[in-house]
Design a protein around this ligand. Sequence first.
Ligand code: NAP
Length: 295
Amino acid sequence: MEIGFIGLGNMGRGMAANLVKAGHHVTVYNRSPGKAKALAEQGATPAGTVAEACRGEVVITMLADDGAVDDVVFGEDGVLASLAPGGVHISSSTISVALSQRLTAAHADAGQQYVAAPVFGRPEAAAAAKLFVVAAGAPAVLERLAPLFDAIGQRTFAVSDKPDAANLVKLSGNFLIASVIESLGEAIALVGKAGVDPLHYVDILTSTLFSGPAYQTYGGLIARREFEPAGFAATLGLKDVRMVLAAAEELAVPLPVASLLRDRFLALLADGRGHQDWSAIATLAGRDAGSDHSA
Ligand code: NAP
């Protein structure tokens, strides 16, 4: 397939490389041009503008946040203005439900197709084509896109014909991951203050009742204090919790734990640690306990 790929950050570069490996012709664009050059060495065609990346039948965006997607899609010579009628925009960034609804309407008005396909999995999973894709949009379009999802992930879940449903599922999942991080931080602060080794403690947890990937990945990062370089920066974590809260407010669903998480991320950012991995909020419980003096 002729594919454009916009956004070659931690996630996008692995995803684009896997589409190339699967035999697709991929034209890549990134705001900072150095990153497109690296992909060109792997067989992609670098584009100098967003419009150039929209000349195929499908364009995928994997950008930081709502602001970035808004700029790239609605900006002058952006995706909306450049994609041919009938062309498909797949938005894989973790964006708000409200923006996804705006994109659905705008692409429909332009005679284009819009699919939301946010992903679960960190940059290592993106590089290894092991993402989980949560897709929503017109069923016939999702079916046509299946080979692309197979090239970047290990499994695709089609959740709805309404694209924003996929974004809500993704945001709710990130809310749960952040809750796991916070709970692990509190539990480790508790046993750590009593002298139990955090690594040994996490091994006990993950070998018994808490064997899932969220506990494995984040338990290890927290116990080893591996917060830099970030796989998923705390600034992005705050973005996601704010979007969960916005969606919940719209639906009148109180999420008290999400409100607490928002404050945890704000505390980390106020401490100049927004660039660290979002799992660094786990250190704040130890600080509150007077036992983590680095936090
Ligand atoms: P990242 O490494 O920070 O990359 C962000 C990308 O967005 C870069 O290509 C950046 O371009 C581009 N960008 C930012 N603002 C822009 C703007 N105004 N105009 C054009 N391009 C802009 O982020 P990431 O970790 O790849 O995450 C990408 C998305 O995936 C986010 O929505 C994130 O929440 C989601 N996600 C991340 C993970 C994870 O573990 N990292 C997992 C699942 C989902 P420059 O290179 O020019 O800055």
